[in-house]
Structure formats: C-alpha cells, structure tokens
Design a protein around this ligand. Structure first.
Ligand code: ATP
Length: 244
C-alpha cells in the first residue's frame, strides 16, 4: 500500500518555550485508518491542526507525493485534507442541509447536491431532519452532521478529532460502523484522534500512542486483537484514560 501522507519530524510550539509536539513522524497508507491515542494534553489535536494547516509547524508533510508543509488550510482542503474538529463546530442556526452545503463550498452545484444525497444516505438519522436547524439535533446527530459535512468536501484524508466525545457507546459504534463501511467503498484514509482504545479498535488499522508531545508506542490493530494485548497497551501507554 502506498502512503497517502507522510509526516516527518513534526514539531508544534505555542510561543517560544511551550512545545506541544516534539519531532513526531508517522505515515498514513492510502485507504487506512491511523489512530493517535493519548491522555489530555498529549498533543493529538495539535498534530491534527498542523496537518490541516491551521497552526504553524516545523517538519515535513508530504501528501500524495507533494510537500504540503507550506500550504494554507484552504489549499489543503482543495487537495482533500479535511479536518472535523473536536466539539463538532456545526452552525446551529443553519439547517442540516445548509451545513452540508457549507462543507462542499468549493464543489459545483451539481456535485454538491449529489454529494449531499450520498451523505444523507449514509446517515439516515439526519436525512429525515434535513430541513431542521442543527441546534435541534441530538449530540449524536450533530456528530453525524459534522462528519457528513467533512465528507461533503470530497476528502482523501479525513482528520477526525475525538468523534466519540460526549456520546453514548452505542452511538459511537453506529457512527464508526458507518464510517467503516463508507471507507471500504472508497479510498478514504482517516487519522483518528481518540482517548478510548476499545472504540478506536472498531475501525483502525494501526495506532500510535502519544505522551508529552512524542510518539511513545506503536501497534497494529492485529497486534491488539486479543484482550490481554489491549490491556498491556493500556497499562503501558494510556492508564485510566482508556479503561472503558
Ligand atoms: N492555543 C494554545 N496555546 C498554548 N498552549 C496550547 C494551545 N493549544 C494547546 N496547547 C498546549 O499544548 C499541549 C497539547 O495540547 P493538545 O490540545 O494538542 O493535546 P490533546 O492531546 O489534543 O489534548 P485533549 O485530549 O485534551 O484535547 C497541551 O499542553 C496544551 O495545554
């Protein structure tokens, strides 16, 4: 499998002395799901924002063979690097359909329409609420809308920041299962930030464990297929953060 994204020696600083990410390197093969796990403050969101071009970073970022390190967030979206932020950030005063339209702002009208139908097919829970204001959706439905809006942008790489936050496990399972079936029909790759190992295992191919801005461990999903191996990884890298 070829690599869609290669990150080399990525470092993020907030001010001169506050280093949030310290020389992180990893690759995302085409069509794969790579998870970044770690406790609060480990640097996960900073890595995602750097890849999305939303914050400055040191190091090299190669996407589809091209060095994208110097590109703006907008240029990265056009190339298919799409970030779905933690906390969803959907527009409450707009309808479900209008939020989706926003996600496909750079597409032709025709393409936007067919893409929105595809997203609504994928998430029937929001399809029958397409003309409802987004603030009236439940937390899980809002998460589906946030992911749907990301899919509107025709991503090649979806950066998904803690989609399980605040959701009941059953809903998270539903969201992950839908995403899993969508990506098996497309070439979509995902970088998934999570704190919960059990949920992450439903969808990911490989996992990087972060602590203090560094990658401190790596496992493939196959290596964590039995519960003893999962517990060993939790004890080694995550502690209580991922006990569920
Ligand atoms: N805008 C900012 N200004 C200053 N420091 C920041 C800023 N954003 C994050 N940090 C710091 O950078 C470090 C990494 O934060 P980051 O949000 O990347 O971690 P995280 O692993 O995503 O955490 P969480 O799981 O809590 O979202 C933390 O020490 C955090 O306090």
């Amino acid at each position: 499998m070829t690599d869609l994204l290669t990150i080399s020696d990525l470092s993020v600083f907030y001010g001169a002395s506050a280093q949030a990410v310290d020389s992180v390197s990893f690759s995302v093969p085409t069509g794969s799901v790579v998870a970044l796990l770690g406790a609060n403050g480990a640097g996960k969101t900073s890595i995602m924002k750097a890849i999305a071009g939303l914050i400055p970073a040191e190091g090299r970022q190669v996407f589809e063979g091209e060095d994208v390190s110097g590109l703006s967030a907008r240029e990265r979206v056009k190339r298919g690097i799409v970030y779905v932020p933690e906390g969803r950030e959907i527009v409450g005063d707009m309808t479900v359909r209008e939020n989706l339209t926003l996600g496909g702002y750079h597409l032709s009208g025709r393409e936007r329409k067919s893409r929105a139908e595809m997203v609504l097919d994928l998430f029937p829970e929001i399809a029958n609420k397409a003309d409802r204001h987004a603030w009236r959706l439940s937390g899980g439905e809002q998460q589906m809308l946030a992911i749907g809006r990301g899919l509107m942008a025709k991503p090649r790489l979806l950066l998904l920041d803690e989609p399980s936050l605040g959701l009941a496990p059953m809903l998270v399972r539903r969201v992950f299962d839908r995403l899993g079936s969508f990506r098996s029909e497309s070439d979509l790759a995902i970088v998934l930030v999570e704190q919960n190992l059990a949920m992450t295992m439903r969808i990911c191919d490989e996992l990087h464990f972060l602590r203090g801005g560094r990658i401190v461990g790596h496992r493939t999903a196959a290596e964590l297929s039995d519960s003893a191996a999962r517990q060993e990884a939790i004890d080694a890298y995550l502690g209580a953060a991922s006990a569920a």
